[in-house]
Each structure stands twice: as structure tokens, then as C-alpha cells.
Design a protein around this ligand. Structure first.
Ligand SMILES: N[C@@H](CCC(=O)N[C@@H](CS)C(=O)NCC(=O)O)C(=O)O
Length: 207
């Protein structure tokens, strides 16, 4: 498998998932907002042929090309069943896992991405400064819902570490980096999961 990614981005989810899975992979660093002629630019025609939006991450496995981080971590989880990184067999746990993953992408990370888009990612003419306050408001709302969705356990789903824990920890890392108000228990969640050996190895890959 080949993972195209950038250090501080959603591609860290996929890199960490690969390290947890034990699967063999190659990591290819890609740069955003650079000259399309540069071979490592996300706007280079060779990269756009893989990822038409010029975004990261992209996972390539043979003829399969995936360009959504949640689909990528699920693919990695299914490709490495022995690592037990996604719920199987138990319909209720699988449903709760799906619910949490969709919630993280649609609700929890959405205000963080909104902040990024309206600070630096969108063309200047499209940025709306008031969106920054709206994003903080929406993030606080999402946190309350997350408190309701998660139990008191050490892990998000069931009693084992899953890809949902990777997505949560990476999303809170992002929130802390963007200086959003992150409650202490989610700062602690981020610390606990980033201390895992696989996360530390993934950090070395992008160092
Ligand atoms: N829904 C996609 C979003 C991917 C995405 O937007 N990645 C950002 C970096 S975290 C990116 O490449 N942005 C560059 C751009 O918007 O041009 C996923 O979860 O993989």
C-alpha cells in the first residue's frame, strides 16, 4: 500500500492506522499550496490523477485508490482483521462505530475545517471572518453531543482500541492546535492515545 500525506493533516489518521495494523506500506509526503510543477505538489498532474481535489490523504493499493480518510482507515482495518481495529460480528457495536465515525466527520471536525477554510484555505474573496466565531459555537455544541455519545470507558466503542479512537484523538489534536476550547477529558483522551507506540512511530514518519 502507498499512502500520500502531509504532516499536520487528516492523513495522520491513515498513517497511524497503518502503524496499528502492522501492514507494510510506503509513505509519500505531499505538499499543499505549492507550484504544480513540483513533483511533490498536491496540484501536480500526476497527483491530481489519483486525487482529483488535490487533497490528502490518498491511499493506493493495487488498482484501488481511496481519497476519504474514514474510508481509508476502515479499509486498513478490514485488510488487517487480526489487529482488531474495527468492530466485527457484533451488529450493535458496528452500528455505534458507524454512528461515531459519521458524527466525527460531519459534526465534530466540521467547525475545525470551517475555521481553517475561513482563515487560510479558501481564496481570500470567499473567506467570511464571522465564521470563526460560528465555528467555535458549533464545536462547543458538538462536544456536548459527543459527551452524550461516549460512555465512561477507556475506548470509544466497546472495550478495545478502534479506528474511532484514532479519529477522535487526531481531531482533538487538531482542535488543540487551532486553539479551540477543548475540555480537559478530551485533552486527556488525546494524550492517552497519542502515547501508544503506533502513534509514536507514525509521528516519527512525519518528523
Ligand atoms: N473529507 C476528506 C477531507 C480531506 C481534506 O480536506 N484534506 C485537507 C488536509 S487535512 C486538504 O488536503 N486540504 C487541501 C485543500 O483543501 O486544497 C478526508 O477526510 O479525507
Amino acid at each position: 500500500m502507498k499512502l500520500y500525506g502531509m504532516a499536520q493533516s487528516r492523513s495522520f489518521r491513515a498513517l497511524w492506522a497503518l502503524e496499528e495494523s502492522g501492514l507494510a506500506y510506503d509513505y509519500v509526503p505531499v505538499k499543499l499550496l505549492t507550484d504544480p510543477a513540483a513533483p511533490d505538489s498536491a496540484q501536480n498532474p500526476d497527483y491530481l490523477a489519483l486525487n482529483v481535489q488535490g487533497k490528502v490523504p490518498t491511499l493506493v493499493d493495487g488498482d484501488l485508490i481511496l481519497t476519504e480518510s474514514a474510508a481509508i482507515v476502515n479499509y486498513i482495518g478490514r485488510a488487517a482483521p487480526a489487529a482488531n481495529l474495527i468492530p466485527r460480528d457484533d451488529t450493535t457495536l458496528m452500528a455505534r462505530y458507524d454512528e461515531l465515525l459519521f458524527f466525527i466527520l460531519a459534526e465534530l471536525e466540521q467547525p475545525l475545517w470551517s475555521n481553517g477554510k475561513h482563515r487560510f484555505a479558501l481564496p481570500e474573496a470567499q473567506r467570511i471572518p464571522q465564521m470563526l466565531e460560528t465555528a467555535k459555537f458549533e464545536f462547543a455544541k458538538a462536544i456536548k453531543t459527543l459527551d452524550h455519545l461516549l460512555g465512561d470507558g477507556q475506548y470509544a466503542i466497546g472495550d478495545t482500541f478502534t479506528m474511532a479512537d484514532i479519529l477522535l484523538a487526531q481531531t482533538f489534536n487538531w482542535a488543540i492546535r487551532f486553539q479551540f476550547d477543548v475540555p480537559e477529558h478530551y485533552v486527556a483522551l488525546r494524550e492517552r492515545h497519542y502515547a501508544r507506540p503506533a502513534a509514536q512511530r507514525a509521528l516519527q514518519v512525519i518528523a
